[in-house]
Write a protein of this length. Structure first.
Length: 73
């Protein structure tokens, strides 16, 4: 699993994560973010603009690498 991985958890510090069950929100919500498959992780800036996305299962080091890239490191 990706999120429980220690290196991923360490890199997630400083990010705010929210899990959304798309079956429990209006259809417009996933549509607004271009969600066509799940699972999907979408990174937003403080204004709600999409910075990046990962669709499907992602190995821990790939996920961590994307977080590093989004932080500019």
């Amino acid at each position: 699993m990706t999120y429980p991985n220690g290196r991923v958890k360490a890199e997630m510090a400083g990010w705010i994560f929210r899990k959304v069950d798309i079956s429990e929100v209006p259809r417009e919500v996933p549509r607004a973010f271009g969600v066509v498959a799940i699972p999907v992780a979408i990174a937003l800036d403080g204004d709600g603009h999409v910075l990046g996305r990962l669709t499907g299962f992602v190995e821990p080091e790939e996920f961590r690498g994307q977080l590093l890239r989004l932080r500019g490191r």
